[in-house]
Design a binder for this molecule. Structure first.
Ligand SMILES: Cc1ncc(COP(=O)(O)O)c(C=O)c1O
Length: 377
């Protein structure tokens, strides 16, 4: 039996052509032709107001924390079931993170818990669309607006995923929050090796974002010939990727429809192949709320307990199939526990213990899915 890795990056074949063009142009630093092509693509395709390519989603989150002016003592509400960067970006600026539990049926933030966590110090709600599956964005935006809070969508996994309204219309994830962040890390549906993007949907952030993005200077205005020299105007840092990274990303974006159609095809094959055994063996398949149209970023199962998850991943490993658990709850992390008392977030802990991600990548074969499903059954 041939080994089945957990992930294999997808290459369109055009990456090296565009990268070579950048090299020959002699214009290697960021904010050039390919950066603008990518940013315009995102604004035009998904209705984002303004986009800044960054070197990672982590960077984009750090930029977001600067833009909402986080000060020591400000509180941020976020799910504990997420990647460390969703919390670290705010901790770095002195914020206190307040963790909400996951939903019972999927790892996204339990929206109904949010209001009970809001205090006079709360500044923002950070939501994570786990596996590209939408959080309840209508409710979240209503809560935020009632309490005058910012919403930041950590859409690291949610490119080309949507929230569906009751009338059937849809809106792209990343277009709801005042700010949103995406990742193009190697493991994401659309990748540039490492990479990310900050989305700004609120006009009032745009001018300052240009400065923060340019290391705290008004260089963007200088490059537009609006001023004769650029100077230090604000805090800022180095968030901009090189054109080579943007050129790689552009080749992937051109194939986004085909990439997602194929991933959804594989995701649906998994779902059908495992439907019966999930009932017999007492594990759950992903729960997709009616309001979510997802991008097949992850296919996961939720085992009945830790023992079953270890057993299934061990059996898969014996057949040379790599599966992976996912986030370790942040509220139980050594860093958080060193400064805070232990709390219990039962659904977060359930997903930490029981969620198992199965291989899902473009070149995965339908016959591989049959083998994996048989092994699990
Ligand atoms: C929810 C979430 N946010 C942020 C990140 C960080 O992304 P990056 O590696 O692009 O910094 C990840 C990484 O996978 C993630 O899963």
């Amino acid at each position: 039996m041939h080994p089945i890795p957990f992930n294999k990056p997808f290459l369109t074949g055009n990456e090296s052509i565009y990268i070579n063009e950048v090299i020959s142009s002699g214009r290697l630093s960021g904010n050039g032709k390919y950066t603008h092509l990518c940013q315009d693509f995102f604004c035009n395709t998904f209705g984002f107001k303004k986009c800044f390519l960054t070197t990672s989603c982590t960077d984009a989150l750090e930029m977001a924390a600067i833009l909402i002016d986080i000060k020591p003592g400000d509180e941020i509400i976020l799910p504990s079931y997420t990647f460390v960067s969703s919390a670290n970006a705010f901790i770095l600026r002195g914020a206190k993170v307040v963790f909400a539990d996951s939903n019972k049926l999927n790892p996204n933030i339990d929206t109904h818990q949010i209001e009970s966590l809001i205090t006079s110090k709360t500044k923002a709600i950070v939501v994570v669309h786990y596996a590209g599956i939408a959080c309840d964005m209508e409710l979240i935006m209503n809560i935020a607006s009632a309490h005058n809070l910012y919403v930041i969508e950590d859409a690291a996994q949610a490119i080309d995923s949507y929230y569906i309204y009751a009338d059937g219309s849809r809106k792209a994830l990343g277009s709801f929050g005042h700010l949103a962040t995406f990742s193009f890390h190697e493991t994401k549906n659309i990748s540039s090796g490492e990479g990310g993007m900050l989305v700004i949907n609120e006009d009032s952030f745009i001018a300052r974002a240009e400065t923060v993005y340019e290391k705290g200077t008004n260089r963007a205005q200088f490059l537009r010939n609006e001023i004769d020299k650029y100077q230090w105007m604000d805090v800022g840092s180095s968030f901009m990727p090189a054109e080579i990274v943007a050129a790689f990303l552009w080749s992937q974006l051109q194939e986004i429809q085909q990439i997602h159609n194929h991933r959804l095809f594989l995701w649906n094959l998994y779902y059908s192949a495992l439907e019966n055994s999930s009932i017999q063996s007492d594990f759950n398949l992903p729960f997709i709320p009616q309001y979510a149209a997802h991008n097949a970023h992850i296919f996961y199962i939720v085992c009945s307990d830790l023992h079953q998850r270890i057993e299934i991943s061990h059996r898969l490993k014996q057949s040379h199939i790599n599966s992976c658990s996912h986030y370790q709850s942040l509220h139980n992390s050594p860093f958080f526990l060193a400064h805070h008392p232990k709390v219990s977030l039962p659904y977060t802990e359930k997903f930490t213990n029981c969620l198992l991600r199965l291989p899902l990548y473009h070149s995965l074969q339908a016959s591989d899915i049959d083998i994996i499903a048989d092994c699990i059954s």
